[in-house]
Design a protein around this ligand. Structure first.
Ligand code: SF4
Length: 465
């Protein structure tokens, strides 16, 4: 059997995946949020430093890593299904190594390791340890590391970018979350909040710009609570508005986005900083979750409907062209018809451009699971979710119709799904725009006048400067 561990002295330093080289090959399957996408890029960077290279052909892989999500039950069910597939695969390829990463690894720990198809289990804070876990597994025993850290931010690790367009990349600015929303599993699987050293974030943005990227998205479970304290001089601190400015100053041609904001922590200084820098995109993702004060309190969101609406009013006052998107949960514990109506009415009042909408999925060991009965019947949950989705469709279409005739600067990300004659990209408002390709290419900024729209897409024609 080829000793795949003999190549671990080799180091590959590159912003993009190394492929087509000799030595052991890893296949990485990523589920869940943008944070997980960026974590998989950190994992690949760590492995490339030990002689592994990426393959996109699962049949070629010596090692399969699944980076998992635990946010809802169906996300985990999908992983159990994949493990059954790998169990069959292993019958034909006994030397294949399978590892589970991410939030499900942290939530289930040894329970996952007992699955016959699983050799390695590693939580979100233990990716530096992967080469050692692989070596130890090579020595003969299954391996696990699910220790959560109060310090780990992977600040010194340059992620290896697995995006397809080479235009837009994620930068994690912090890890963990302290908010303890009662329905949420994240604090249990990603640990306490810690903010990454700002210089390493600016360095990463500069590196990306130098490598042709024209957009970065600053990632955190709650970017508004980003707060870095200089360990050598505690009076020197950097908050989110200051970090946003530091990244915006990298280059006016580098667009800056961020996600996810939290209504209780968003400072007005963030909104004013956005207004000062045209390259900070005119889009804020501001999860509301519910429009009912009773539900917001039960969810431990720490803001009221009124406080949320006043934050939205401030955004629209300072940056009228800013698009606002959100997250909504239908059918949370004890939700009455009136609570649901409050959610529909706040959607109309804000006029969201887009929303991620889900029905409540109880997560084990969360405060809600321990204290609140999941008492809204499934048929009511899905009926309310459908009503929310229908309303959002109307709102998205209405918002897009307001853009007809307007001109937006679009950053080209690739060809449209429908035609090679057309390019697509996103406006500063994070809206997908499709237009005739002309001589433009991926990474170009193009001024587009909007001529038609659907609830999901804007279509237009190029406007000469
Ligand atoms: S802010 Fe709330 S919903 Fe978001 S990750 Fe933190 S605990 Fe979960």
């Amino acid at each position: 059997m080829r000793n795949i561990f003999e190549n671990m002295q080799t180091k590959y330093n590159s912003v993009r995946p190394v492929t087509g080289v000799a030595g052991p090959k890893v296949f990485i399957e990523t589920y869940g949020c943008q944070m997980n996408v960026n974590d998989s890029e950190v994992v690949l960077s760590v492995l490339q430093q030990h002689g592994w290279s990426l393959t996109e052909e699962i049949s070629e892989a010596d090692l399969i890593f699944i980076n998992t999500c635990s946010i809802r039950d169906n996300a985990e069910q999908r992983i159990w299904g994949r493990l059954d597939v790998f169990k069959q695969m292993r019958k034909r390829r006994p030397s294949l190594i399978v590892g589970i990463l991410g939030c499900m690894a942290e939530r289930l720990k040894e329970e996952l390791l007992s699955h016959t198809a699983v050799d390695i289990v590693a939580g979100p804070d233990s990716y530096r340890d992967l080469p050692m876990l692989l070596r130890e597994f090579g020595a003969g025993s299954k391996q696990i590391n699910v220790l959560l850290s109060h310090e780990e931010t992977y600040a010194d690790i340059s992620p290896v970018r697995m995006d397809k367009n080479g235009v837009s990349a994620f930068i994690s600015i912090m890890r963990g979350c302290n908010n303890m929303c009662t329905y949420c599993v994240v604090p249990y699987v990603r640990g306490a909040e810690r903010s990454r050293e700002p210089e390493s974030i600016v360095r990463e943005a500069k590196e990306l710009f130098a490598n042709g990227y024209r957009e970065v998205t600053l990632l955190g479970q709650n970017v508004d609570s980003y707060h870095w304290v200089n360990p050598d001089n505690p009076t020197h601190t950097v908050n989110f508005a200051q970090l946003l400015e530091l990244v915006a100053l990298v280059n006016p041609l580098l667009r800056v986005r961020f996600s996810t904001s939290h209504p209780k922590d968003m400072e007005e200084s963030v909104i004013y900083t956005m207004a000062m820098y045209p390259n900070i995109c005119r889009h804020i993702h501001l999860p509301v979750q519910s429009g009912s004060n009773a539900m917001l309190s039960k969810m431990n969101r720490k803001y009221t409907r009124e406080e949320y609406l006043s934050k939205v009013a401030k955004i629209k006052e300072v940056i009228p062209e800013c698009s606002i998107t959100t997250d909504i949960i239908a059918g949370f514990c004890g939700e009455s018809e009136q609570d649901h109506q409050d959610t529909l009415s706040i959607m109309r009042m804000v006029g969201y451009d887009m929303a991620f909408m889900f029905q409540y999925s109880e997560r084990p060991n969360t405060k809600a699971a321990r204290h609140f009965p999941d008492d809204v019947p499934d048929e009511i949950k899905s009926a309310r979710l459908n009503e929310i989705i229908e309303l959002q469709q109307e709102l998205s279409l209405a918002q897009n119709q307001k853009d007809l005739g307007k001109v937006f600067e679009v950053l080209v990300e690739g060809y449209s799904k429908k035609s090679k004659e057309e390019l697509q990209g996103r406006s500063s408002q994070n809206k997908v725009c499709v237009f005739p390709a002309g001589n433009h290419k991926v990474g170009d900024y193009v001024k587009v006048r909007i001529t038609s729209c659907t609830s999901a897409t804007l279509k237009g024609v190029e406007v000469e400067d």
